[in-house]
Design a protein around this ligand. Structure first.
Ligand SMILES: *Cc1c(COP(=O)(O)O)cnc(C)c1O
Length: 376
């Protein structure tokens, strides 16, 4: 049976290869990799491919995704990379081994929930290093660390920071040296050993694979670079990595010769801004059944001979430069991170897993129906 369209094809072998290459390269520099699965909504087969490649743990921003991977029997240490909501601390304690935190009051709630559950939970304190997303201000770090040490049922796993996510601040040698210095200062000040110093995400690879000293940094949290084969400061392809582990397949529902320019009085379109109008006369235009409810059309790269003209909720409008497209034919588009994230989250996009499959997970059950039943 042909799988239905639109669908996202997920090549586990390519994901495993990418993860393996990064794990091995970083291992020689003393850096372990936490594989980040949030862009795939915690798809167990992807987590298992990362595990096979040797990542030291799995991280996800959402506790539901971690719960989903646990239920699918992915064996790993799980880290919640987004600071827990106070309303979810019980679930965080139940599903995650470690969480990344910046609010001492929430850490106290985690400790309380861990005590009730009779477990120990690891805390990574995030430090604000200038990108202005999450993190304690450096001046408050020592006090927060002391409070973690004093609480029952939680332990200080380490410190970390996150850059290049909001303001685009680069994780360069200066920032990484500053984070290392925070780790050393905490050790001296509190008489403890800091185990994990997590330097950042896929934007750190230029620094990590370059010549600079790694200092105390011994962990990176990698999502996009494993999944899409690029570092994220300049979106440069990482040597030897696959950039096409994911493909979004869409089907043509209309194919006609039409003018390149709209006619009539031009006001707003469905998404506010009417597109630029071409002046090339008639062209081979086609519509594919793929829209903003399925992915981020701005984040798609079209196959050769096809040019994306625009999109609405459910329609992708293209020009075919090499003859008319056949109604019913399928075409594969390459997603960037934004398109990937939305496609993996859309209830309208079926997921088709290729390559080695997780022996512990039935990939046919990995679609959105299963998750909707689990998290109504
Ligand atoms: C998403 C996320 C990552 C992974 O980022 P990539 O750019 O996909 O590598 C790492 N750390 C945190 C805190 C995150 O939220």
């Amino acid at each position: 049976m042909t799988p239905s369209a639109p669908r996202i094809e997920i090549d586990l072998d390519k994901i495993e290869h990418n993860a393996h290459c990064l794990v091995e390269q970083l291992k020689t520099r003393g850096i372990a990799v936490t594989g980040i699965t949030k862009a795939t909504r915690g798809l167990a087969a992807v987590a298992t491919a990362m595990r096979r490649a040797g990542v030291s743990g799995i991280g996800d921003a959402r506790i539901q995704n971690i719960d989903r991977m646990r239920r699918a029997r992915v064996r790993a240490s799980f880290a919640l990379t987004r600071a827990p909501m106070p309303s979810e601390v019980k679930q965080v304690i139940r599903c995650a081994d470690i969480s990344f935190n910046s609010e001492p009051a929430v850490i106290a709630q985690l400790a309380d929930a861990a005590r009730r559950a009779g477990v120990r939970h690891g805390i990574v304190l995030m430090v604000e290093m200038g990108d202005l997303r999450e993190g304690l201000m450096p001046a408050d770090l020592a006090d927060a660390a002391r409070r973690v040490i004093e609480l029952p049922n939680v332990f200080l796993q380490g410190i970390g920071c996150n850059l290049a996510c909001y303001a685009g601040v680069a994780p360069d040698a200066e920032k990484m040296n500053a984070l290392s210095a925070h780790a050393t200062a905490l050790e001296h000040g509190l008489g403890i050993h800091i185990d994990t110093v997590s330097g950042g995400n896929s934007a750190n690879l230029e620094w990590a694979l370059g010549g600079a000293s790694r200092g105390r940094i011994n962990n990176l949290r990698l999502g996009e670079s494993i999944l899409l084969g690029r570092e994220t400061l300049h979106r440069k392809v990482l040597p030897g990595l696959h950039t096409d582990a994911f493909g979004i397949v869409a089907e043509v529902i209309e194919s006609k010769r039409k003018p390149s320019a709209a006619w009539g009085r031009i006001a707003q379109s469905a998404f506010d801004v009417p597109p630029e109008q071409g002046r090339e006369g008639d062209m081979n235009r086609a519509i594919l059944a793929l829209g903003r409810q399925d992915c981020d059309p701005e984040g798609l790269t079209a196959p050769a001979g096809i040019r994306i003209l625009g999109a609405s909720s459910d329609h992708l409008i293209v020009e075919s430069q090499a003859g008319a497209l056949t109604v019913g034919s399928e075409h594969v588009f390459q997603p960037n991170y934004s398109a990937l994230l939305r496609a993996m989250t859309s209830a309208h996009v079926t997921q088709h897993v290729l390559g080695r499959r997780s022996p512990t997970h039935d990939c046919r059950a990995a679609g959105t129906d299963e998750t909707r039943a689990m998290y109504p």
